[in-house]
Design a protein around this ligand. Sequence first.
Ligand code: NDP
Length: 341
Amino acid sequence: MSTALSTQIQLVARPHGWPEPSDFRTVSVEYGDLEPGQVRVENEFLSVDPYMRGRMRDEKSYVPPFVLGETMTGGAIGRVVESASDDLPEGTVVLHQYGWRDVVQEDASGFKAVPEVPGLPLSLYLGMLGMTGLTAYAGLTRIARLEEGDTVFVSGAAGAVGTAVGQIAKLLGAGRVIGSAGSDEKVELLTSKYGYDAAFNYKNGPVREQLAAAAPDGIDVYFDNVGGDHLEAALDAFNDGGRAALCGAISVYNSTGTEPGPDNMVQLIKKSLTLEGFTVGSHLNLAGEFQELMTGWFSEGKVAYDETVVDGLENTLDAFLDMMRGANIGKMIVRTSTPGA
Ligand code: NDP
């Protein structure tokens, strides 16, 4: 038994527009000896995710706001380094939601043991093998009700969810998959590595025009990570009976006011469209089915992934902001340095 110091990042003010360093503080917390049932975990990787921007607001949503003066919660993966619980012996790899800190000490019930998959980094549990992949799978299969041969359009296509959506869509029988992303490098990767049939850089011209050119026969499914002009363009491009899975609207997450809605909602009537929003938390019942499929695809070499890894807990806020600005390809991850190293 021993004590341990934990460095933690806390939200201290609600950002107006883009978050600033002054909205956060770093604190050092000393954990005492373990109590019965507790474990001490050293984190290896932290997740920074767009939904965290929503939780920085004092607004009612599907998850409560972050509490000011408390440590930022969120997905993380680490290893048990001391244990007073028979359920999680020392060395166990665990997933948890205790967020932006290097060390955490809590009751074992707050952690989930996960197996190490040979050849794959643990960080994949925060991305393709975890909530990110499940979001893509649930959105495609349960919300957009993907059918064989569908033409699928994905916005935010080179990000964590987007790279999963394009590949899963193809593996489940989509006909043509079209993606949009914010740089020429990302667009090139979409077609060369991620199985997209066509892709465009939304910064190079109006999305409406670029999508119409990439999908001359229209689209059947739209997986929306962005909202705004992308959703508007998708409504115009839809074939009759088209379905949109509304997953995210990152184009407005840092807005300080209200944003105008699509100017073409009448398309929903003309084309009998379905737009349905969802959150992955409502589809956790699919986790087992998804894990089995995804680990199978990985072992068959059918899935590619990228991670943009930022080193150091002290760079977590920068990693979050860089992800919101589009600096990441695939999942943005923070690798926490080993305490004392
Ligand atoms: P990403 O890895 O996709 O990172 C965010 C990306 O958003 C950036 O890389 C950037 O890429 C893009 N972006 C930023 N601003 C804009 C803009 N104004 N217009 C278009 N693209 C922009 O993040 P995630 O994969 O984690 O999340 C993707 C989306 O899915 C988000 O909207 C998120 O909220 C949502 N989500 C929803 C879940 C749910 O349960 N409903 C669960 C998980 C995620 P680029 O260079 O292409 O601009």
